[in-house]
Write a protein that binds this ligand. Structure first.
Ligand code: ADP
Length: 194
């Protein structure tokens, strides 16, 4: 799958791609999980289907240890048959009206996964558009957060994460993400991005 849109951040890259996240080779794939770590539809269903039962078996072990995963946080498993080493199961916020800390919680999903990536020496990581499916987060707002937080991370951290891939499943979502990434790239080019 080719990379559709690239923002160069120093020696690092933020890439936007349209497609199925389970088909993209990276070190770590982020899943949009639920706090029970119980498996579901959407991207979670695709990850378990393609990755195989090993991932759920590992989640059972995690569950028996910690019970559940807090919203805005994430847990780590192997990646089964997926083309990756790890899956980071992040729990995004359920969107209510935007006044219930949703933005901070969504941001926390991205930063938690990037911290986990650094701890696990991950060089390439892919994110789906967390919370924008069943959890109802408006994609325009979620895209703005995803693009800003990941680009800031690349600017502020020298390694080991070198490439962050934001993966959208639909043309519409991809267009929306592109708009924000384009603004960011223009800002970098003119030096107006603060
Ligand atoms: P949430 O419960 O966090 O909203 P969903 O899985 O319902 O999670 O949706 C999150 C996003 O993942 C949505 O934008 C959805 O279109 C997208 N998505 C679903 N399947 C895939 C896939 N195979 N690859 C990438 N993104 C996917």
């Amino acid at each position: 799958m080719s990379s559709d849109f690239i923002v160069q951040v120093g020696h690092h890259q933020l890439q936007l791609l349209k497609g199925d996240i389970t088909a993209i080779t990276v070190d770590a794939i982020v899943n949009a999980a639920n706090s029970q770590l119980a498996g579901g539809g959407g991207v979670d269903g695709a990850i378990h289907r393609t990755g195989g039962p090993e991932i759920m078996a590992e989640l059972h072990v995690v569950r028996s240890r910690i019970g559940y995963c807090e919203t805005g946080s994430a847990v780590v498993t192997g990646a089964g048959r997926l083309p990756a080493k790890y899956v980071f199961h992040a729990v995004g916020p359920i969107y209510r009206d935007g006044n219930h800390g949703e933005a901070a919680t969504l941001q926390s999903c991205y930063t938690t996964c990037l911290k986990l990536a650094a701890e696990h020496e991950v060089k390439t990581i892919s994110f789906p558009s967390i919370s924008t499916g069943v959890y109802g987060y408006p994609v325009e707002e979620a895209a703005a957060i995803a693009v800003r937080v990941t680009a800031e991370w690349l600017r502020e951290h020298s390694g080991p994460v070198r490439v962050i891939k934001l993966v959208q499943f639909s043309d519409r979502d991809h267009e929306i993400y592109r708009r924000f990434a384009q603004k960011l790239r223009d800002g970098f080019a003119t030096g107006t991005h603060s």
